[in-house]
Design a protein around this ligand. Sequence first.
Ligand SMILES: Cc1cc2nc3c(=O)[nH]c(=O)nc-3n(C[C@H](O)[C@H](O)[C@H](O)COP(=O)(O)O)c2cc1C
Length: 288
Amino acid sequence: MAKKIIFNQPLADLITKRFSCRSFDGRGLEPGVLTALEKFSADLELPFRNRIRFGIIDKKMVRAENLFSGGSYGMIKGVRYYLSALIRKGTPHGWEDIGFGLEALVLQATSLDLGSCWIGGVFDRKNFGRAIGIGPDEILPAVIAIGRPAEKRSWRDRLVRWSARGDLRKEAAAIFFNNNWQTPLAYADMPQWKPVLESVRLGPSASNKQPWRIIHHNGAFHFFLDRDKAYSAMMPFADLQRIDLGIAMCHFQLAAQELGFAGEWRDEEPELTGTPLNFEYIISFVIQ
Ligand SMILES: Cc1cc2nc3c(=O)[nH]c(=O)nc-3n(C[C@H](O)[C@H](O)[C@H](O)COP(=O)(O)O)c2cc1C
């Protein structure tokens, strides 16, 4: 399996501590914190081994031209820095590696008591990209606002949270299956895997759609994307739902590693009947 990532706190604590922070204290971050995050990203090993250029964007370097320059319709207040990741257009499984890598950084930031918020919907990709030296064949799929949370949440923050129903998650039985798509995976039958699957279930996703579906079959956990086609069509600049799958892979792998389960990612699509037509197979975690 890939290199183990060790945090200063148990993963489950970091996952429950993290939330989408949209109100920051406006004071930016010390150079030492930024350097620590850069070092963490340089050491990351991604499941699909793609080359990703991680970086940190200083908002002062982004030419503010329009309403979107601050990220997410100006819904994020008091932020100075953004984690970013550039990848070459058309890279196979690039979206998932972006999701995996940036989410590992989010968890690291959480361990340093920082607030964070994924921004993949609407932001000024052109000017954010320029600020980080984007190449002609590269794309900037998402950025992550980071900083110290403000003491009080802004009304905009509360409004976005409420409209995305950010605190809610689907039941395990709706997203995890055992052997076939008709049988929900019962934690009572696989108690040792419960913390790993819960790590996935509680993760963030674009518009909180939680599109990950996992089926346990023949000694592996197979990851599928339950694609919302209308949503994907609305977001043509980045495949946010495949980024969500990368986030799920990140939480799954880190939890499995922390609990000492051996396994590896393999492209081994299971032969299953009745897979819903809009489900896309992504990858399998084969238990060893
Ligand atoms: C790939 C991705 C893109 C996102 N894009 C945005 C965004 O553009 N603006 C925003 O306010 N939140 C964005 N979010 C945050 C989600 O709305 C949030 O994770 C979800 O509602 C769950 O809430 P929580 O993060 O507080 O647990 C994004 C999340 C992900 C994973």
